[in-house]
Design a protein around this ligand. Structure first.
Ligand code: BV8
Length: 235
């Protein structure tokens, strides 16, 4: 199970890192909600377009690649991620459960059908750091296009959550990598494993609410920890 800390070494700011540039004045929780989109669609849509452009320029790191290689060592390894940056798939993982959707899947805010990202507006300005609010394009039905992510106050995709719960409940071991464990219902998943006596290992340089309950805490960054684990497993 991974969180935003899994992508930190790829240069993607974690969800609770201070926002940078123009966005420094907003907390993510103030932008990642349906109310924020209704109230100020240009500001919210601009933030997601900037984030999509940013992650499109990043690369998976050794930790993402190690998880993809572990999938070939263990045919039942699944990656349950809270991240919306698509880096696990780009690293080669195929069994990826995206609990909170994906930055790269823009969709109609009414009937949810996907919007071709080739038709997305490309704001002016030299680079995405200078991008500000951008008016969302309209779907052919007239509704504004929205990012294909799960906002705070929205339910998670039922299939993804059910699949994640099954993967955790049937696991032999659960690695929890790079999450502060404050966002529910995702944060509940390690406790589902613990309630079944399934060992939970936390990989995170900082302690979290899970640290006391996990069977083992490895205070390391995701990249070196997962690369070292892969080396050990391949021996
Ligand atoms: C819902 C997409 C039903 C958008 C995101 C109890 C039950 C159910 C719901 C709730 C509940 N209590 C409260 C709620 C409501 C809410 C919630 O959990 N709020 C929190 C803030 C208290 N939950 C919801 O709204 C969910 N919906 O439950 O629906 C419902 C409906 C209505 C009313 C009630 C219930 C939907 C939540 C999904 C929100 N969308 N993302 C977007 O990205 O813009 S969540 C967002 O936070 C990201 O996905 C992010 O991944 C996620 C969690 O954050 P983390 O991944 O943990 O990242 P964070 O920055 O916090 O931490 C990084 C960690 O990495 C740190 O620990 C750091 O030490 C570590 N780290 C740093 N560097 C490294 C590292 N680790 C390893 N290596 C490194 N190099």
């Amino acid at each position: 199970m991974t969180g935003a800390g899994m992508s930190q070494e790829s240069g993607v700011p974690t969800f609770r890192d201070a926002q940078s540039g123009l966005w420094a004045r907003y907390r993510p929780e103030e932008l990642a909600t349906p109310e924020a989109f209704r109230r100020n669609p240009d500001r919210v849509f601009g933030w997601y377009l900037m984030r999509w452009a940013m992650v499109s320029q990043t690369e998976p790191h050794a930790g993402h690649r190690a998880l993809a290689k572990m999938e070939r060592l263990f045919d039942s390894l699944s990656v349950v991620t809270q991240n919306v940056d698509g880096l696990h798939r780009r690293a080669g993982s195929s069994r990826v459960i995206e609990l909170h959707g994906s930055l790269g899947s823009f969709r109609c805010s009414s009937d949810g059908h996907l919007f071709d990202d080739a038709d997305l507006p490309v704001p002016g300005g030299e680079s995405w750091e200078e991008w500000g609010p951008v008016a969302p394009p309209s779907c052919w039905c007239g509704s504004p296009v929205r990012p294909g992510v799960v906002w705070f106050g929205e339910v998670l995709p039922v299939g993804a959550l059910t699949e994640a719960q099954r993967a955790v409940a049937e696991a032999e071991v659960v690695l929890v990598v790079g999450t502060s464990g404050v966002v529910y219902p995702a944060a509940q998943l390690p406790y589902l494993a613990l309630s079944r006596g399934i060992p939970v290992i936390e990989i995170n340089p900082e302690p979290t609410p899970l640290s006391e309950d996990a069977n083992w805490r490895w205070p390391r960054a995701a990249g070196p920890a997962l690369a070292e684990l892969l080396e050990y497993l391949e021996d």
